[in-house]
Design a protein around this ligand. Structure first.
Ligand code: NAD
Ligand code: WQD
Length: 344
């Protein structure tokens, strides 16, 4: 079995990817410092796949610790690098913490990869690099814009680092940056899912926590945008579909089909408004949501969704889940979380 190192593998998208890697016949090895995750995600993975997964509790910005992992694991053929901080608002308040962790961990990882001659990398990027796009849907040729938060800038800078390395002419590392749109939902088993610590920043955890009575009400941020119902449009992609995109991306690298650096949009290709997302949740679960319309959120992109032609044609990526299925899985996960927390 080919061994794939998964940094941030205990996190939301990472844990789902570990499951898909295993099911595709790879041996994932997790590296995580649990700064934004809990050991119970490892238990969740185990409940799905029926065995323990090796996990190194280290910080990816620490070259010495990373080196030890590479030494111990020996035969790593590729890496999927999820480890990063991701809260946009926090990044505005603590930019250095974000640059240190997100940019620092990538640079450190690349240096250690070079030392150990590991040549394949899949990197977690984001549709945030497109800013407020002029035309929709966005393709990989849509111009990258000035980031509107330090978090967004870390993704832009990391993409530039990978591009500079590819163009340097003296690196064997090939990388694929996947630009995720809005990942939502959870594994259908409800053993793993998103674990927002504190008040959630993102729409779907806020919806499920409101439906569960943890939050009183959800506010829809603005209904006066130039969209069919006035609320913002996003491309919500089921996390299991997104996880599978990583498997096909690492396969492409391992089969030597990739250029030195490649970018792919990973979404569904379909845009939905906030109200459509809320109504999809209600239809999928039968639970009525207490929501109100409030003012716009500063910095929100009015509408964005992906053109996924490149990922479909070159990676063979396709989504299989509907928005309702994603919402149902998010709700099942919320119910599971409540049951397991009640037992503690
Ligand atoms: P997450 O916070 O659930 O997972 C990230 C994991 O990385 C966590 O388990 C955390 O403990 C770990 N981590 C952070 N810094 C680390 C470090 N220095 N060393 C070791 N481990 C570290 O986040 P996620 O939603 O799974 O996101 C994964 C990646 O995808 C991130 O790079 C994020 O920026 C990117 N992304 C996420 C979204 C989204 O909406 N969730 C959208 C686009 C891109
Ligand atoms: C989705 C929609 C809100 C909460 C963020 C990051 C981005 C990327 C994905 C990582 C928007 C609306 C939300 C609420 C609402 N992450 N909303 N009420 O803004 O697309 O992007 O996550 O790379 O960088 O900025 O995601 O889930 O916060 O919001 O009406 O309580 O839901 O206005 O239209 P967003 P989100």
């Amino acid at each position: 079995m080919q061994k794939i190192l998964v940094t941030g593998g205990a996190g939301y998208i990472g844990s789902h990817t570990v499951v898909e890697l295993l099911q595709a016949g790879y041996k994932p090895v997790i590296v995580d410092n649990f700064s934004n995750s809990e050991e119970r995600s490892l238990e969740g993975i185990k409940a799905i796949v029926g065995r323990d997964i090796t996990c190194h509790r280290i910080d990816c910005t620490d070259a010495a610790e990373l080196r030890q992992v590479f030494e111990q694991e020996q035969t790593i053929v590729g890496i999927i690098h999820f480890a990063a901080y991701k809260a946009v608002g926090e990044s505005v308040e603590k930019p250095l913490m974000y640059y240190h962790n997100n940019v620092g961990s990538l640079v450190t990882l690349l240096q250690v990869m070079q030392e150990f001659n590991v040549q394949k990398l899949v990197f977690s990027s984001s549709c945030t690099v497109y800013g407020i796009p002029e035309a929709l849907p966005v393709t990989e040729q849509t111009p990258v814009q000035k980031a509107n938060s330090p978090y967004g800038n870390t993704k832009k800078v990391c993409e530039e680092i990978l591009t500079d390395l590819a163009n340097s002419g003296n690196s064997n590392i090939k990388s694929i940056a996947l630009r995720y749109f809005n990942p939502i939902g959870a594994h259908p088993s409800a053993h793993i899912g998103e674990l927002p610590l504190g008040v959630p920043n993102n729409l779907v955890p806020f919806i499920t926590q409101t439906a569960a009575g943890i939050r009183e009400q959800i506010t829809v941020f603005g209904d006066d945008y130039d969209t069919p119902d006035g609320t913002c449009i996003r491309d919500y992609v089921h996390v299991v579909d997104l996880a599978k995109a990583h498997v096909v991306a690492i396969e492409r690298l391992l089969q030597n089909k990739a250029e030195a650096i490649e970018f792919f949009n990973v979404g569904t290709g379909q845009g939905n408004t906030v109200l459509e997302a809320i109504h999809a949740f209600e239809r999928a679960t039968g639970v009525k949501l207490n929501y109100k319309i409030g003012p716009r959120r500063v910095g929100d992109v009015p509408k964005i969704y992906a053109d996924v032609t490149k990922a479909t044609e070159e990676l063979g990526f396709k989504t299989t889940s509907t928005l309702e299925e994603a919402m149902k899985s998010a709700w099942d996960w919320q119910l599971h979380l409540q049951k397991s927390t009640a037992k503690l």
